[in-house]
Design a protein around this ligand. Structure first.
Ligand code: ZN
Length: 206
């Protein structure tokens, strides 16, 4: 069983493609809700161990201390939240740890980009610095994928393809009305930026 930690303040700075609360009050509420106890299924425990190993490889490569992963539900954040804080704590919803279903069923690593993006904030020490920064973290995330899971993201091209594909799925959500996350460009702009940073790999833009 993973027990969530008390008295840890959620930091809005690390941003991911997932929706974030925007008001400090909402953040405070999220902290309180994190104080519960998340009981993980064996599959979720396996996935958490997998992510921890991923993160360890990355922090070692970047010469940073290991991160701590806190698993907890937060009504304020909603399902699927991923949040990296400057002090090395990452907050993951148990939802992120559940087996992938639907369109990406069978592709166990289809969420790796989001995880790599959060690690990107930590290893580059860039937090809350706006759209340019978020896009720079996306660029770093491509490299982080190859470091964190080298047996699967066996090349930068492969990691790049996954990253662009991930942001494309976000673009589809935005087309359906999902708001652009504060501090980010639109998914289309982020795709264009990422493609521009890796011109050798091609990549479909909007
Ligand atoms: Zn971010």
């Amino acid at each position: 069983m993973e027990r969530t930690q008390h008295n840890v303040s959620a930091d809005p700075a690390g941003t991911s493609p997932f929706p974030r609360p925007r008001a400090p009050l909402a953040l405070a509420a999220a902290v309180l809700l994190l104080a519960g106890c998340a009981t993980l299924t064996p599959a979720q425990q396996d996935k958490l161990a997998d992510y921890k190993l991923f993160a360890h490889r990355v922090t070692q490569a970047y010469g940073k201390p290991d991160i701590q992963i806190m698993v907890g539900d937060s009504n304020a954040y909603g399902d699927g939240v991923s949040l990296m804080r400057p002090d090395g704590w990452m907050i993951l919803s148990p939802t992120v740890l559940t087996p992938v279903t639907g369109r990406y069923a069978g592709f166990a690593y289809s969420r790796d980009f989001a995880f790599a993006h959060e690690l990107g904030h930590y290893v580059t020490n860039r937090f809350g610095c706006g759209p340019n920064c978020e896009s720079a973290v996306n660029v770093e995330a491509v490299k982080i994928l190859t470091v964190g899971r080298p047996d699967f993201w066996t090349s930068e091209q492969r990691a790049f393809n996954h990253s662009v594909s991930f942001i494309w799925s976000l673009k589809e959500l935005q087309d359906k009305g999902r708001p652009v996350v504060k501090g980010h460009w639109t998914a289309c702009q982020e795709i264009a930026d990422l493609v521009a940073h890796y011109p050798a790999y091609g990549g479909k833009t909007c």
